[in-house]
Design a protein around this ligand. Structure first.
Ligand code: ATP
Ligand code: MG
Length: 339
């Protein structure tokens, strides 16, 4: 007899900050493509981290616009709001409620050791307390959902580690409350480099415009940026990120877009010029971006529909987050509110 109770699928969770007017190809290939793949086999929760974005002083209208754009880009990039809960972090108030309780379990010393805070402040970002306690809010974002998978980039490894520490500490002080999340570092995922400075990663905040392929760029502009990508003078198409960073980056992009192994592309391009490779990369990028932009235009044309999608996502997220918040409050002795 078949099993009458279908197994519950594992749960996954991830978020991105609305810190620019468009995602770039690195965000798309390094994160969004994985999200889309994960929603096929997990119960996925994806959010726009608008509260995290408050750590960087930004014009309120700009944040509002970027929050909608980021949500729309998730959908245009393949997140299906019928399947995954897509929401704004600020719409699920449990994120900040549990962050406070976790902050009260976090040592000042351990927060001071977070390398991202140190990096950002030495690069001149003004050091507000929100930026300092950012990893605590991130721990809350994660722990509320008791996810099985938390796909994060390598740069977030330390933050996931502190999340695990906080969950373990909380459970041992107050009894089993949180699931200790497993990191799910996507080894396979493409790391896309700046087209002009290919030894640096493509970055929304530090890459020059010519080094950055924005998903909102005109197709002709994208093609031009690819054609002007920095390569080298030895003229050979080989994958060698150390000494041939530019060419290797083009191969990585081609491979990620065409879903063909790098080795196969190297064999195909043996003896050919960089111009041929650039042409193929430009075509692949444009072919992916055109339908993306068409979908974006539809979504941005109807902000009310987008807001409805986000409201539905927040309601689904709240169904999971609220019982966790209640368990946390109860564990630490917060008196239940009478309604
Ligand atoms: P910043 O450079 O200001 O940190 P960013 O452009 O790197 O911004 P993030 O918000 O840090 O964007 O990252 C969002 C997601 O995109 C993360 O999952 C991150 O790992 C991924 N990502 C960012 N840049 C790249 C890249 N160049 N290649 C692959 N993945 C990337
Ligand atoms: Mg980053």
């Amino acid at each position: 007899m078949p099993d009458a109770t279908p197994a519950t699928p594992p749960r996954s969770l991830s978020g991105m900050q609305p810190t620019s007017d468009s995602l770039h190809l690195g965000n798309y290939l390094g994160a969004l493509v994985n999200w889309v793949e994960l929603q096929e086999r997990t119960d996925a929760f994806y959010f726009v981290a608008d509260l995290h974005a408050q750590t960087v002083p930004t014009d309120p209208e700009v944040i509002r616009r970027r929050t909608r754009v980021t949500a729309a880009q998730f959908i245009a990039g393949g997140v299906d709001p019928e399947r995954s809960a897509l929401f704004c972090q600020s719409h699920v108030r449990e994120h900040t409620e549990v962050a406070w309780i976790l902050a009260c379990q976090t040592g000042f010393g351990e927060m001071s050791r977070m390398t991202q805070f140190k990096d950002k402040t030495t690069k001149g970002q003004n050091a507000n307390v929100g930026l300092f306690t950012y990893p605590v809010l991130m721990a809350s974002d994660i722990l509320l959902y008791r996810p099985d998978f938390v796909p994060v980039g390598d740069d977030q490894r330390q933050h996931l580690e502190i999340t695990r520490d906080l969950a373990t500490r909380f459970n041992s002080r107050f009894g089993q409350t949180f699931t200790v999340p497993e990191p799910y570092i996507l080894k396979e995922s493409a790391r896309i480099m700046d087209l002009q400075e290919p030894q640096n990663k493509m970055s929304g905040s530090t890459s020059p415009d010519k080094g950055l392929l924005l998903l909102s760029d005109e197709p002709s502009r994208l093609a031009k940026k690819v054609r002007s990508a920095v390569t080298d003078t030895d003229g050979e198409i080989r994958f060698d990120p150390e000494s041939k960073a530019g060419v290797s980056n083009l191969l990585t992009i081609h491979s990620a877009m065409s879903r063909r192994p790098v080795a196969e592309l190297v064999a195909e391009y043996a003896g050919r010029g960089y111009g041929d490779l650039k042409k193929a990369v430009a075509e692949a990028v444009v072919a992916a971006v055109e339908p993306f932009q068409a979908r974006m235009a539809e979504l941005m044309d109807d902000p009310a529909e987008l807001d409805r999608i986000l409201a539905k996502g927040a309601a689904r997220a709240t169904e999971i987050a609220r019982p966790t918040r209640d368990a946390v409050y109860d564990a630490v002795g917060v008196l239940p509110a009478q309604r």
